[in-house]
Ligand binder design. Structure first.
Ligand code: ADP
Ligand code: MG
Length: 437
């Protein structure tokens, strides 16, 4: 049995339904559960002089499939799926309801008239690199071909590094779903279950592949909430999300923003995929749960929770350099706690333990977290935060223009994940941005 990475794309018809149908068929070929990346919406790759009508954005994702059989057999099976889903073999790069490409086959390189492995286009295509980097960040491709214009071939780079460097790289969005009556930025806007679920519908598909559910406000001055109260706030939403996405392959990952082991344990039992820990791993009991559940773990740098504006990093070294050292030590600590590196996401904690100016410096210096690569994604949580007050008088709920400006700058630097209050705004902006990059 070999692990095969397959690229899926659709830009005709109901893109969601076409991808679901193709995944159903692929699952039937697999010896184990498929592993899926997020869905990305991306500009169509077009040949010179293509008709204007071909310029329809794709939905793309990558699936990891455990396959017992030959590459030729799998190619045959995928072409059969393409045909059954209405693919008409026509001009190259014409719009299609489904495209299935064999990207990479463990241990196999091949160049025949009908099949090249690894797929020669991977390095040049952000719509392949971004989703592939989620499933196989450390994978190294044999060198050479397929580089985007003006980029140097880099034989040694991992897929994660190649994805970050691609001009059309798009960060994944984590949509914030606060079910707190006192959050700083949305004032409890999503506190009602119906409002939260309406947001989830608007954020479906490629918009917000991760939903971050939070029941404790950690803004400066927030009141303490007991674990039972925190759980009572988030439980109805977790149950509703579970019901809403039952049986769906294309579904968002559910993240729970909590620093409490009691809450995390109950959330994991209800199907949470990620734990987002603003305490930075302060509670060994939480780490043990994360280890046993094999969930994704976001570890955020903070000095105090709730944020205390008086407790900040020292001023003798650039804040990003201090955080880089903290990341390195934290990864070693998590490793000792038995938490696999491929499940870790790092978050420098904008607004936590940093002065407003230090938060800005961290964002300006973002490259420092990405290269040399630590091999793990780094998340930016700057949305609507108070450091923006240095240059904007807008109140927190109205700070999306400033947030988006920062987000696009971070995307250009290669940021992996953005945690934001308005994923629809971000998704639309990033899609337009990537058409011009
Ligand atoms: P594209 O995916 O580049 O838009 P098509 O899907 O229309 O192009 O055509 C795919 C053709 O490329 C098929 O005839 C197939 O035999 C060939 N091919 C070569 N290598 C691969 C691969 N790794 N995965 C899928 N198809 C491949
Ligand atoms: Mg193809």
């Amino acid at each position: 049995v070999a692990t095969v990475y397959l690229g899926l794309g659709a830009n005709l018809g109901d893109r969601s339904a076409n991808l679901e149908a193709a995944l159903e068929r692929l699952a039937a070929l697999a010896r184990a559960e498929l592993r899926l990346s997020s869905v990305y919406e991306t500009p169509a790759l077009l040949p010179e002089g293509a008709p204007e009508s071909w310029n329809r954005p794709y939905w793309n994702l990558v699936a990891a499939l455990e396959f017992e059989g030959s590459p030729a057999e799998l190619l045959h099976a995928t072409q059969r799926i393409e045909a059954d889903l209405g693919r008409i073999r026509g001009e190259r790069w014409a719009p299609r309801p489904i495209d299935l490409d064999l990207l990479h086959w463990e241990g196999v390189t091949l160049a025949t008239p009908t099949l090249t492995l690894p797929h020669p286009g991977i390095r040049g295509r952000a719509f392949v690199l971004d989703p592939l980097a989620e499933l196989a960040p450390g994978l190294r491709l044999p060198g050479g071909s397929g580089m985007p214009d003006g980029q140097m071939a880099d034989e040694g780079a991992s897929v994660l590094e190649l994805a970050r460097r691609h001009p059309k790289h798009q960060p994944r969005l984590m949509g914030i779903l606060n079910v707190t009556p006192d959050s700083f930025s949305d004032g409890g806007k999503h506190a009602g279950l119906d409002a939260a679920l309406a947001a989830v519908d608007a954020w479906s598909g490629p918009v917000a592949p991760i939903l971050d559910v939070g029941g404790e406000s950690t803004r400066p001055g927030a009141g303490a909430v007991s674990p039972d109260e925190e759980w009572a706030r988030i439980r109805p939403l977790l149950e509703a999300l579970r019901a809403r996405f039952a049986g769906r392959r294309l579904r968002p990952r559910i993240s729970v923003d909590t620093r409490r082991a009691e809450v995390a344990a109950r959330a994991l039992a209800l199907g949470a995929d990620w734990i987002n820990d603003v305490s930075g791993g302060a509670d060994p009991a939480l780490l043990e749960l994360v280890r046993a559940a094999r969930c994704t773990y976001v570890v955020m740098h903070s000095l105090t929770v709730p944020a205390d504006p008086r407790a900040t990093l020292g001023r003798d070294h650039p804040p990003a350099a201090q955080l880089r050292r903290w990341f390195e030590a934290k990864l070693a600590e998590l490793d000792r706690a038995g938490i696999a590196r491929d499940r870790v996401v790092l978050d420098p904690g904008i607004g936590f333990g940093k002065t407003p100016f230090q938060s800005l410096e961290v964002l300006r210096d973002w490259e420092r977290f990405l290269a040399p690569s630590l091999g793990v994604p780094v998340l930016a949580g700057h949305s609507r935060k108070s450091f923006l007050k240095d240059f904007s008088s807008a109140p927190a709920p109205s700070r999306d223009p400033e947030t988006l400006g920062v987000s696009l700058a971070l995307a250009a630097k290669g940021a992996d994940l953005l945690r934001v209050h308005d994923p629809v705004l971000h998704h639309r902006a990033l899609l337009a941005w990537s058409h011009v990059r």
